[in-house]
Design a protein around this ligand. Sequence first.
Ligand code: DGY
Length: 326
Amino acid sequence: MTKPNVLVARATFPDVLERLQQQFEVESNQDDTIFSTEELHRRMQGKDAVIMTSSERLSAEVIAANTHLKAICNVAVGYNNIDVAAASNAGIMVTNTPDVLNETTADYAWTLLMANARRVSESEHFLRAGKWTNWRFDQFLGADVHGATLGILGMGRIGQAVARRSMGFDMQVIYHNRSRLAPELEARANNARYVGKEELLRSADHLVLVLPYSAETHHVIGAAELALMKPTATLVNIARGGIVDDVALIAALREKRIASAGLDVFENEPALHPDFLTLPNVVLTPHIGSGSEKTRRAMADCASANLVAALSGERPPNLINPQVLK
Ligand code: DGY
């Protein structure tokens, strides 16, 4: 019996690849070449399924030209890089890798929050540049984290994990979300209090963005929202570029209308608005929120399990568009 054909569009752990090779004809990309849309389209020809990451874009056009696919398995919890409606119309299953990255990504929100509040990046650059000649009483004074108000926009599983971590810092948690959490979930999330978006922006000392990107959340944080924030506030984005209007944020940071930002994601990444690099009060990292060894492995395993199920006629554990099964 011929084996199904699979494209693994990006480099992955060798043992994960070997396991896939036992069951499928696999075209891999262990050199991790970044395929153009045309190249990705070309390599998807004759494939039954593809494993890809949030860096690859599958537009309606590419999907329409590849309706032979049975499954698109994203190695990410977010799936805004795939036109899911087009895939559903074509009867193609789309899967993601939720849950396995909640805790690691929440850890990373705190990494950026703390680095922001205590000006870690800025002061390290100062030291590395050989500018540290004296201890000074007023050097790189930052904001306290303990006792402060933590705001969370987007209170899904990662948002709740961010909130739980605030207990040790004796913080008050406020959040805004499409819908309010059940009381027991609010209690577990350090007694998080549901507020309107405006109150969230006005009251948070440290604001963390953890909401998925979509047309509705495009530029949810723009000039008007930044203007509501405290001048001492810090902002963390571990969700997706495009949620924040980068140009508006750069202006707010430059004019010190907010104190600082910690950004792991950007509009048009990996391209970066060059003005970010000129600002001292921003911590910039290259989309590594879920990047612990253990979690990236769990994400790769999760995507593989989804693919194996999809090609075995079973329901993949993390199927985003179950309507295709009907
Ligand atoms: C995710 O899982 O969505 C991460 O941002 C990696 O893309």
